[in-house]
Design a protein around this ligand. Structure first.
Ligand code: ADP
Ligand code: MG
Length: 629
């Protein structure tokens, strides 16, 4: 309890005043806004009674952005001005966007250091601005239907979102004039909607299959506190893939030549989506396709055919479920319940697969498309201070390990992946060279052992370290991840109390696909990495031994060594220096041991001399340097 407090917004000055708060599910395909009214959390509809707002924005020549269904309707006629799935671009850089270009054929414009923007007929817009447009629409909807200004909102993000993606989401909210009480992970929001936090104890899997993304999370509940144990997923898997599989089938059945004909393809996708959604409740539907000229086809699609078309896609969610269980250190029987989230979990085929995998029926009585927004609304209501007696603590986890670069290009992990947040962890480091007065703090994210295999998040310098013998300074580096998943890093030299600090807001972040790829490669390379790490450790040890011996030789070589001894040491040093550049860790180790043996006598002579000097009232501070150890 003492660890985590969700703070200041809850301090209502007037306890009986009801503040307006809302939860927002800012989705890739659809977005929703929900609020607690008369004690019940519900999503708010637009004027036409529609709850889902398609996450689509159209920027035409008239300079008046259009959001939602109206934008969706002109998507095929104005593909370059009508932006969908902007969530995929949030907090991402140029390289990330290049890989998305096939699915997002917009006119991207490079911007200085930030996210690439999109050129439209009414100007250039960044992903943050486009998302802000969606948020503004939802805000207006809520303020109209609730009859007042929103005090604050909770916005949900995928558990996989990294710092940059979370920051971009917050930026979009401020642009839309919204005060973000907190960003909340989507699976956590779904769990809140089901009131799982009210249970005494349990382990739950949240299976979220949306339009273009799949996320699986495992939550552990204990004494009203719940914690995300692990998350996994696939950022390129969702209902859209079902649509494509069905569309291909439709085109094949129709015999219409669709090669290079984009309009047939788009038509087939729309027909496919509609048929798929209907088949969640019906057993067969009529489907039609026409090339607009002389070819017209009509046929039937039944549930069995649909099942055979989408089954290969649905089963692709299962490896991530297995991985997530493994990360959480659990077996499938440990799961007490499964929650379904996302429009695609309406499909009976998906439900069957999930039930089969977890061996129990899933919780689904709350609309899977609305459940996230509802959970966010419940949380917002508490945070805004409408329910001060509530004591809901939500824990999330870090998706990837956060570490620091140490000598030899290695990464020392400070906060391991899947650590519950907020979290702060400190570790002490020291200097590598005598008299070193500055230190580079290089912050990295990833599971691999070597710097080049992890992602660089930030780099800063700690200056003003008092000059000391290598290894004597005490540098305390603290990593802190706040409840929104944002990282700050500070470094302090303990003897002088010099401090340096950085808030990590990288110009672009990682996609969940990259997170996945990084995790996968860390498993695949675990063995190589261990070898590589061992080698680098030996190389670093060798280098510092060589340096220490050189310093000692320079200081006392002539006094304490005869020619023969000196040349034996030189020989060992040469051998070690040579092997150090190679890749044979065993050889480096042998040569280092040989050098240690060769300098043993020399080191003891120096030590004896130092002791004698000390007895005469001189300082002993040179001990450590004669590292015969
Ligand atoms: P996102 O989280 O990506 O914004 P949603 O949770 O809104 O996505 O899910 C959108 C997906 O759900 C689309 O692929 C849509 O076709 C699918 N979907 C919606 N209703 C149904 C249904 N009745 N049966 C099957 N799929 C559905
Ligand atoms: Mg969603």
């Amino acid at each position: 309890m003492a660890l985590l407090q969700i703070s200041e917004p809850g301090q209502s000055t007037a306890p009986h005043e009801h503040r307006l708060a809302a939860g927002i599910d800012l989705g890739t395909t659809n977005s929703l806004i929900a609020s607690v009214r008369s004690g019940i959390a519900e999503t708010l509809p637009d004027d036409s009674g529609r709850h889902l707002l398609p996450s689509v924005v159209r920027y035409g020549k008239d300079k008046n952005p259009v959001v939602g269904h109206a934008a969706l309707a002109v998507q095929t006629t104005e593909p370059l001005n009508t932006i969908s799935s902007v969530k995929r671009l949030m907090g991402r850089g140029k390289e990330d966007v290049l890989t998305l270009h096939d699915t997002m054929p917009y006119r991207f414009v490079d911007t200085e250091g930030g996210m690439p923007s999109i050129q439209t007929d009414s100007g250039v817009y960044s992903p943050v601005e486009i998302s802000a447009e969606i948020l503004r629409t939802l805000r207006n909807r809520a303020e109209e239907s609730l009859g007042g200004d929103l005090t604050g909102v909770v916005i949900t993000v995928p558990a996989y979102f990294d710092e940059a993606q979370r920051q971009a989401t917050k930026d979009a909210a401020s642009l839309a004039g919204l005060k973000v009480l907190r960003l909340l992970n989507e699976p956590t929001a779904a769990a809140v909607a089901y009131g799982l936090d009210q249970k005494p104890e349990g382990v739950f899997a949240i299976y979220d299959l949306g339009g273009g993304t799949f996320d699986i999370s495992i939550l552990h509940l204990k004494k009203g506190v719940f914690e995300v144990l692990a998350t996994a997923g696939d950022s390129a898997l969702g209902g859209d893939d079902f649509d494509h599989a069905i569309a291909d089938w439709l085109i094949e059945q129709s015999g219409i030549d669709a090669s290079g004909n984009h309009s047939i393809l788009r038509q087939a996708l729309l027909v496919a989506r509609k048929a798929k959604e209907q088949l969640s409740n019906e057993t067969t539907v009529t489907v039609e396709l026409s090339d607009g000229k002389n070819q017209h086809w009509q046929g039937a699609l039944d549930r069995d055919t649909l099942t055979s078309l989408i089954d290969p896609i649905v089963v692709r969610t299962l490896p991530a479920c297995r991985r997530c269980l493994r990360d959480a250190g659990l077996k499938v029987d440990h799961i007490d319940g499964v929650v379904l989230v996302g429009g695609s979990t309406r499909s009976p085929q998906v439900r069957d697969k999930v039930t089969g995998f977890f061996g129990k029926p899933a919780l689904l009585h709350i609309d899977p498309e609305r459940v996230v927004a509802i959970g966010a609304a419940l949380q917002a209501d508490i945070l805004v201070g409408n329910k001060p007696e509530e004591d809901m603590l939500l824990l999330d986890v870090t998706p990837l390990s956060l570490g620091i670069e140490v000598m030899g290009g290695m990464v020392e992990k400070i906060i391991p992946r899947n650590s519950p947040i907020p979290i702060a962890k400190a570790q002490e480091f020291t200097t590598y060279q005598d008299g070193q007065t500055a230190m580079v703090i290089h912050v990295l994210q990833g599971e691999r052992e070597m710097v080049q295999d992890c992602r660089s998040l930030a780099r800063f310098n700690l200056r003003g370290i008092p000059p000391m013998v290598a290894g004597a300074a005490r540098i305390r580096v603290t990593y802190q991840v706040d409840a929104d998943g944002l990282l700050s890093v500070s470094a302090r030299e303990e003897t002088r109390n010099v401090e340096s600090f950085i808030e990590v807001k990288p110009s672009y972040g990682l996609t969940d696909a990259e997170v996945e790829a990084m995790l996968r490669s860390s498993f695949e390379h675990a063995e190589d990495d261990m070898q590589e790490r061992k080698l680098r450790e030996k190389q670093v040890e060798a280098e510092s031994l060589l340096q220490a011996v050189a310093v000692a030789l320079k200081a006392d070589g002539e006094r304490f060594l005869n020619d023969e001894e000196r040349s034996a040491i030189d020989k060992c040093m040469n051998k070690l220096a040579q092997s150090k550049t190679g890749r044979d860790a065993v050889l480096i180790d042998q040569n280092a041991k040989a050098l240690n043996r060769a300098t043993y006598e020399f080191a003891s002579r120096r030590m004896d001399n130092n002791v004698q000097q000390a007895l005469k009232g001189h300082s002993v501070n040179e001990f450590e340097e004669t590292s015969g150890k």
